[in-house]
Design a protein around this ligand. Structure first.
Ligand code: TYF
Ligand code: FE
Length: 384
């Protein structure tokens, strides 16, 4: 099944491109608001191979909240919890459960990024703020996006500390932390929004950040008799930042996107895709450590059907089948991907592990098998 629609190429770098007003260096970090950051830190360390690197809390002079910095190669996760009930963090967790608060973007000039995006209509959340310590100076500024989610611009060119001012190295001298699992960088972050809002946020990323619409999946492409949704992928000029936006579409059954919106109590981040250079080793390791993945039926690995669809690949199909890894091809190459079950009790946020072998797309050829797998879980929860 080839359902990819309208693949457009990135803007010509020699032509002055619209995103010049907002040069982005990449994803700086993803911050999660969680009920219990101390325990969540160990979940990400033990199951996903993150190192607990930094800490900020009362011991380091921050009264009302705690944050743990977790890293793996170029990925930074920040896990933040409130220490009392009267906090926007507690309110966020009460409403949404554990979830992504901030997809922070690294920039050279946070004040200019704030100015350029807010002038184009991005709602301001926090104007440029300078934080300093003995390691130097960081400037941050924040704008709002869908739901209660925000984007913080982080300017860290004059900073050589572990993360942000206030964070100190986290130590636990008797602990021997699990080894990294080969997760390399944040490939994309997907947002679920209410029906009718997808184009609002497509416009938001086009207008305020100069992003372009690199792919479009209509409900025709991906609803079939299964999960109905529409999706558009917004990306910056070099495609380092990719934000697919999903909205539910009318279908025979309740859309997986509606289930999310119901349990998250609104729009928010649906999944964060983490890249590996060796997905077979990574997924084998994650499974061994206890990460739960969606199950795809054996028929997906019918050798004839699979080879017909994706042609020749470097990986052994036996390995892919053993681990439940999906594969898809597009005009630029192929990709391997797999999806975890939700990582909290609410059926909301999950992770994708992805290995790109040239492909720039999102695995449209897997949508049917994937959405069927998601709906089996939805049904088990009684939400279909
Ligand atoms: O990010 C993507 O587009 C793929 C596929 O509810 C996908 O990972 C799309 C929608 C969805 C789950 C996965
Ligand atoms: Fe994805």
């Amino acid at each position: 099944m080839r359902t990819m629609a309208n693949p457009t190429t990135a803007p010509d770098p020699d032509v002055e491109s619209p995103e010049d007003f907002l040069p982005l260096n990449g994803t700086d970090h993803v911050e999660f608001y969680v009920g219990n950051a101390k325990q969540a830190a160990h979940f990400y360390a033990h199951l996903f191979g993150f190192q607990i690197q930094g800490y900020r809390g009362p011991e380091t002079g921050h009264e009302d909240k705690v944050s743990y910095l977790l890293t793996q190669n170029d990925i930074r996760f920040v896990l933040t919890s409130a220490l009392g009930p009267d906090s926007s963090i507690s309110e966020h967790v009460r409403q949404h459960g554990d979830g992504v608060k901030d997809i922070a973007l690294e920039v050279d000039d946070a004040a200019a990024s704030f100015e350029e995006t807010t002038k184009r209509g991005a709602p301001p959340v926090q104007s440029p703020t300078v934080q300093e310590d003995e390691h130097g100076r960081v400037v941050t500024a924040t704008i709002a996006t869908y739901g209660d989610t925000v984007h913080t611009f982080v300017e860290r060119s004059d900073y050589d500390g572990p993360f942000l001012p206030g964070f100190e190295r986290w130590e636990n001298e008797f602990w021997s932390p699990p080894a990294p699992a080969g997760l390399q960088y944040v490939d994309h972050c997907v947002g679920n929004v209410h029906e009718g809002d997808m184009d609002t946020y497509v416009e938001y990323y086009a207008q305020t950040m100069g992003f372009f619409n690199m792919l479009h999946f209509t409900d025709q492409d991906i609803s079939t008799e299964y999960s109905a949704l529409m999706s558009k992928v917004m990306a910056n000029g070099d495609e380092k930042i990719k934000f697919p936006i999903n909205e539910p579409a009318e279908g025979k059954k309740k859309s997986q996107i509606e289930e999310y919106l119901e349990f998250y109590r609104g729009a928010g981040v649906q999944h964060v895709a983490l890249a590996s250079d060796d997905i077979i080793t990574t997924v084998r390791e994650l499974r061994r450590r206890g990460v739960e993945f969606l199950h795809v039926p054996d028929t997906y690995y019918d050798r004839e059907v699979l080879t017909e669809r994706v042609g020749s690949i470097n990986e052994s199909i036996d390995d892919l089948e053993e681990l439940g890894i999906l594969v898809d091809r597009d005009p630029d190459g192929y990709l391997l991907q797999i999806f975890t079950k939700p990582v909290q009790d609410r059926p909301t946020v999950f992770f994708e592990i992805i290995q790109r072998e040239g492909a720039r797309s999102f695995g449209a050829g897997n949508f049917k098998a994937l959405f069927k797998a998601m709906e089996r879980e939805q049904e088990r929860r009684g939400n279909l």
